[in-house]
Design a protein around this ligand. Structure first.
Ligand code: FE
Ligand code: CA
Length: 164
C-alpha cells in the first residue's frame, strides 16, 4: 500500500505531465499553422512523450495499490507570439517540472518510500535531458532573431526527430 500523501502527490504529477502534453500539443499546432513543420513535429513528439511520463506515474500508483484520480487539465494558450517565444516558454516550463520532480523526491525520502525514490531517479535524469534540449533550441532561436534562413534550417533539423 502507498501512503496517502504520496498518492495525492502522484495524482498531482500525473496532471502536471498531462498538462505538459497539452501545452506542447498547443505549441505544435501553433508552429504548424506558421508552416514550421519541423518544430511542429518535434513538439508533437514531445507531447506524446509527456503522456508516457504521466503513464509511468499512473502505472506505478496502480502497482502500489493506490487510487488514480485524474484531475482537470488547464487550457493551454492558443498563440505563442513567435516560435522563439514558444521554445523559451517550453524551457521555462521544463525548469518548473524539474522543481516538481525534486519536491517529489524530497517527499519520497521524508516518507521513506524507497520504491518511489527509485522511480524518481529515472525522472531526475530525464529532466536533465528535457532542460538541455529546450534550452538549446530556445537559445539558437533567440540568436537567429527570427531572420534569415537559419530558422528554416533549424526547422528542418527538428523535423528529423525520431522516437526514443
Ligand atoms: Fe515530463
Ligand atoms: Ca525526453
Amino acid at each position: 500500500m502507498i501512503n496517502k500523501k504520496i498518492e495525492s502527490a502522484i495524482n498531482g504529477q500525473i496532471q502536471a505531465e498531462l498538462y505538459s502534453s497539452y501545452l506542447y500539443l498547443a505549441m505544435s499546432a501553433y508552429c504548424q499553422s506558421l508552416n514550421f513543420k519541423g518544430f511542429a513535429h518535434w513538439l508533437k513528439m514531445q507531447a506524446e512523450e509527456e503522456v508516457e511520463h504521466a503513464l509511468k506515474f499512473y502505472n506505478f500508483l496502480l502497482d502500489r495499490g493506490g487510487t488514480v484520480e485524474l484531475l482537470a487539465i488547464q487550457k493551454p494558450p492558443v498563440s505563442f507570439v513567435t516560435p522563439a517565444k514558444a521554445f523559451s516558454q517550453a524551457y521555462g516550463h521544463e525548469q518548473k517540472v524539474t522543481g516538481l520532480i525534486n519536491k517529489l523526491y524530497e517527499l519520497a525520502r521524508q516518507e521513506k518510500d524507497y520504491a518511489f525514490e527509485q522511480l524518481l531517479h529515472w525522472f531526475i535524469d530525464e529532466q536533465v535531458e528535457e532542460e538541455a534540449q529546450t534550452q538549446e533550441i530556445s537559445e539558437i532561436l533567440a540568436k537567429l532573431g527570427g531572420k534569415g534562413n537559419g530558422i528554416w534550417m533549424l526547422d528542418h533539423r527538428l523535423g528529423k526527430r525520431k522516437g526514443e
